[in-house]
Design a binder for this molecule. Structure first.
Ligand SMILES: O=C(CO)COP(=O)(O)O
Length: 126
């Protein structure tokens, strides 16, 4: 079955997420990609099909956390802005807690993101 990867980036990190996706596009094409709303619309600019969830502040992080709890996500790449303050901080913390609870791989920077993408998708047929 195809792996599902979730992509999430705070505003200050969206350019970094698009660059990350371009760097890993060939591997990501082997997966189902889901993303929080605004991140997903940026990622779609690469041509990769992306299923959009709600925007993060409107519940998108919570939707992805729920999928992680249901074991419907194989890995999450979440580039957080370490300098930003967010009204939906409880949702962000909840997503990270759920990943730890269910042992879902979660990367918060490109170096770890690469390891997750390679680990999950390198052996998958394209
Ligand atoms: O806020 C986010 C993650 O906490 C990201 O949401 P957007 O992708 O909708 O900007």
């Amino acid at each position: 079955m195809k792996k599902t990867i979730a992509l999430i980036a705070h505003d200050g990190k969206k350019p970094e997420m698009v660059a990350f996706v371009k760097d890993h596009q060939e591997l990501l094409e082997r997966a189902n990609i889901i993303a929080t709303g605004t991140t997903g619309s940026y990622v779609r600019q690469t041509g990769l099909p992306v299923e959009l969830k709600l925007s993060g502040p409107m519940g998108g992080d919570a939707q992805i956390a729920a999928l992680a709890a249901e074991r419907k996500v194989d890995g999450i790449i979440f580039f957080r802005d370490p300098l930003g303050k967010h009204a939906h901080e409880p949702d962000i913390q909840m997503l990270m807690r759920v990943c730890d609870l269910y042992n879902v791989p979660l990367a918060t920077n490109p170096a770890t993101g690469s390891l997750i993408i390679e680990g999950l998708l390198e052996d998958v047929e394209s």
